[in-house]
Structure formats: C-alpha cells, structure tokens
Write a protein that binds this ligand. Structure first.
Ligand code: 5AD
Ligand code: SF4
Length: 438
C-alpha cells in the first residue's frame, strides 16, 4: 500500500515541476513514507529520520517530511521535540504537498493530517520509479471500517472508500500499454469494493479482460464475506492467479471474538475448503498474530492446528504489538509476556516452514508458468520469477528476459523457493490452452 502511495506522491511532485534526485545527498526534499502497523515499523522510521539528520546538518536547505500513517499520531512530537522534520502529511493529504513545501520555504513547519471521506486519488496516474517494470500495484480503495480490535489502520487511514471502477480500468490499460505483465489490486478489504452496481468480482472480471497476458492478484480480502462468484471467475479465467491471501489472524473462536473478527474457526475452514474445491491447484497464504491480549496456551494451539489443517503455502506471522487508540489498547491488557509471545511466534514459524517444505516437495516434477522478474539473487546465471500460485522459482537464464512467461518443471526446492528447469518461453493463453474471449 505504501509503495502504491509513494507512486501517487511521485506523480503529484513531478506535476509540480520537481524531479527525482539521484541520491539523498543531492536532494532538496526527502519524504519518508511511514507505516504504523507494528512498533518495529515505527522504529525503522525513527532510525531512518535519525540517519537523515546528518544530511540535514550538512545541507541547511534540505526539507525533510513524514508521510502516511505515522503522521497523525506523532505530529506534535516530530515537529517540536525532534527537530528532524519540517512537514507532516497524512495519507489523505498528498495533493497538498506542494502547498506545504511552499510554506516551509517561508520558514514555517507545515502539517496536514486531515482524513477524508472521498479522497481516492482516482485521477492521479502513479509514476512508477521503484518497481521492476513487470509487476505493479493498483490501489482500488482506501481506508478500512472493520475495526479489528488490534489494528490501527482504521484510525490512521480513515473510513473505507472505493475508487471509481472506470479510473482503475484506465490505469490498468495504461500499464498494459507500457508492457506490464502482472497487476495486484490493493485495498484493506477488497471484497467490500463497491462502485454503484460494480462489485469486486465485476471489477476483477473487467480488469482481466483488458489483456489476457496480464496476470492479476489481489490483496487482501476478508474471510467474513468472500464472494463465491469470484472463486468461479478465478477458476475459469487463466489470467486470474490461483492464489488467495486470506488473513485468518487466529484459530480459536474466543480469540477471533476478542480480535473482533466476525467469523468462527469452522466458518474459516469451510471457506478455505470451498476455495480449494472450486479452484484446482489453489495456493493459500495468510496473516497470523501470536500473543494477542489474553492468549491462552489452548488458543495458541488453536492457531497452530488451524494453520496445519489449511496447509498454507505462505504465511506472514507477527507477534502482537499494542497500538494506541485501538479497542484492544483501550479495553484489554497486553498481558502475554514478551518471551511467551516470542516462543509462540517461533513455534508458529517453525511449523509453517515445515509445511511449506512439504508442500514444495510435492511440487517436484510439476509444471508451472513463471513470469520472469529479474536476475536471481544468488546467481547471475539464473533468473527468478513467480508461479501463478505466487511461489518464487529460479532457473537457468538461457535467453529469457524480464517480463517473459516461461513454462518450467520443478526439480528441487527449499521451504521458500522452487528450483526448476525451463522448458520453453510461452504465453498465458498458450500455457493454459484456452481461448479467452476478450
Ligand atoms: N500487531 C501485530 N500484527 C498486526 N497486524 C495488524 N495489526 C497488528 C498489531 N497490532 C497484522 C495483521 C494484519 C497485517 C497486515 O498486520 O495480521 O493482517
Ligand atoms: Fe486492520 Fe482489520 Fe481493517 Fe485489516 S480488516 S486493515 S486488520 S482493521
């Protein structure tokens, strides 16, 4: 989400006549886009700001700004105590950055942290300076109304609002014209996307028809209301990836209730079973929190058994980090001792690594369609990319280039990577041997 936001800010600044500096030392303005989701995300930002202090010392003209989720929460502290930051801009105020920079030029500090009910930056074409030129994010909505008790997002990013479908499709068409091959549609809760009669399924339908050689992913849906028609659409459309990220957070009913996640373990398991039965070869990933308020050993085991039962191909696993303003902060106690949180998280991670290894071993001998993203981290002789099911695969470079679709056969694996041999360069349409009606 922050990558996508930074690309919107790029566009606003370039429109205002600015250019991207070669390095921080030669910049007139440095903006740090921030995340508040967990304590260590904020710690990273503070460290980055401290690093920037030395550049600021040698360049008194330098303007440093903080953008995004941390803006509201610490605006007073940033400006008055730390002398690190000149401007503070919340996630809905990016259009105001040029005016705020002008205010700073007049010697003042400048702040705009107002949240909006409407802002979706729909008309702003993001300028993509950081991506790989192959895969891209497209933001389809902003904010969140779910109020999970542990989560600060509804407070930092405001109310949920959907971007008009037309402007999303226009952006995807442009990405297609520029040669992009993979688009991930982004929102805090994509299945509540709504633009008049247009639902998230309709949006995916229309998006996937723009170019049958662009593959589509999305992040994140909520288990409480995942639509059946989307599962059928994914099953029949070759360029909708057989991969769903479906955050569980926890595996016991009592914990889900304290987290204000409105589904039961049983309902979640029924949903993932349905997903697997409708979409053959589906891979699933999830988000899990260890050590949330009041977590008992039994509840922790509930999370472990849920994860084992679903058999995720990938999981993002976190220790609970208390966030001011949330319901959990106001009502519950962050009472699981740090070492217990750590131990439980490490049990969860160890189990997940074993599951991933087992699932990847089952892939040996199977064929996949991989979109080449670039050179492998380990060897210049190899390229790396992702399968339709979102697994990283590495194989011999031959004459493959970034953006090629390659059919590969898996020969070996680790818990995180498939090692493969390339069979041939191909296309989505050819690989799945289906005529796609455009
Ligand atoms: N502590 C730990 N993890 C959190 N997440 C959200 N809030 C917290 C928190 N306070 C995790 C959830 C969410 C993911 C984006 O971050 O698992 O799905
Ligand atoms: Fe946070 Fe829950 Fe909204 Fe996700 S759905 S952003 S976890 S409040």
């Amino acid at each position: 989400m922050n990558f996508a936001d930074s690309e919107i800010v790029n566009s606003i600044l370039i429109e205002d006549g600015m250019t991207v500096a070669a390095n921080p030392e030669s910049a007139d303005v440095i903006l740090v886009n921030t995340c508040s989701i967990r304590e260590n995300a904020e710690t990273k930002v503070w460290n980055r700001l401290k690093e920037l202090r030395s550049i600021k010392k040698s360049n008194s003209e330098l303007t440093v700004g903080v953008l995004g989720c941390m803006a509201e929460r610490i605006k007073d502290r940033i400006i008055e105590e730390e002398h690190l930051v000149d401007i503070v801009v919340g996630p809905d105020a990016y259009r105001d950055i040029p005016r705020l920079l002008a205010e700073v030029d007049d010697g003042r500090k400048a702040v705009n942290v107002l949240l909006s009910l409407e802002e979706t930056y729909a008309d702003i074409a993001p300028v993509r300076t950081t991506g790989n030129g192959v895969s891209s994010f497209v933001s389809i909505m902003r904010g969140c109304d779910n109020m999970c008790s542990f989560c600060v997002v509804p407070f930092t990013r405001g109310r949920e609002r959907s971007r008009p479908m037309e402007s999303i499709l226009k952006e995807i068409q442009q990405l297609s014209d520029e040669g992009y091959k993979e688009v991930t549609l982004l929102g805090q809760n994509v299945n509540s996307y709504k633009d008049g009669e247009n639902t998230f399924t309709r949006l995916m339908d229309a998006a996937s028809l723009i170019n049958p050689e662009i593959r589509f992913r999305f992040s994140s849906p909520h288990p409480k209301d995942f639509p059946d028609d989307l599962l059928h659409l994914i099953a029949e459309r070759p360029n909708l990836c057989n991969y769903i990220h479906i955050p569980a957070q926890a595996g016991s009913d009592s914990m889900l209730e304290r987290m204000r996640r409105p589904y039961t373990r049983e309902q979640y398991l029924t949903l993932t079973e349905k997903m697997k039965s409708i979409i053959p070869g589906l891979s699933l990933s999830t988000d899990i929190i260890a050590g949330f308020c009041g977590e008992t050993e039994e509840e922790h085991q509930g999370t472990m058994t849920l994860m084992a039962e679903v058999g995720y191909d990938l999981a993002y696993m976190f220790a609970y980090s208390e966030r001011e303003r949330t319901l959990a902060y106001r009502k519950f106690e962050d009472d699981v001792p740090e070492e217990v949180k750590k131990r439980r998280l490490s049990e969860i991670i160890t189990q997940q690594m074993n599951i991933q290894k087992e699932r990847n071993l089952e892939e040996i001998g199977q064929r996949h369609l991989v979109l080449v993203e670039g050179t492998s981290k380990k060897s210049e002789e190899q390229v790396s990319g992702r399968t339709d099911t979102n697994k990283i695969a590495v194989f011999d470079r031959r004459d493959f280039e970034k953006g090629d679709y390659v059919e590969v056969e898996v020969t070996d694996c680790t818990s995180a990577t498939l090692i493969a041999k390339p069979i041939r360069k191909t296309t989505i349409t050819e690989f799945y041997e289906v005529a796609v009606e455009a």
